[in-house]
Design a protein around this ligand. Structure first.
Ligand SMILES: [Zn+2]
Length: 88
């Protein structure tokens, strides 16, 4: 079933795949985009690595940008407040 479905979908290039990966950080991908990306990630190790990297990069960026404090888990917020309060 899945094999038949993927037979009809175009294979995307690494460039398109990395763009979809970046896009997926900003917006929700459509079902077609998710499937296309999954097919590509299934065959391309480079893009799998790229996806891993961008994920950890994103987590880092989030934890360091103060205006996005609201996305941090509550426990992190408490830890941050403690740290801030401890500073002179
Ligand atoms: Zn690729």
């Amino acid at each position: 079933m899945i094999e038949k479905l993927t037979d009809h979908l175009p294979h995307i290039s690494c460039r398109e795949a990395t763009k979809l990966i970046s896009d997926s950080m900003e917006r929700r991908l459509s079902l077609k985009e998710v499937i296309l990306l999954k097919i590509h990630l299934g065959v391309c190790e480079l893009c799998r690595r790229f996806k891993k990297q961008i994920k950890s990069l994103r987590i880092l960026m989030r934890s360091y940008s103060p205006e996005k404090e609201n996305v941090l888990p509550e426990t992190w917020k408490n830890d941050l407040r403690k740290l801030l309060n401890e500073q002179p």
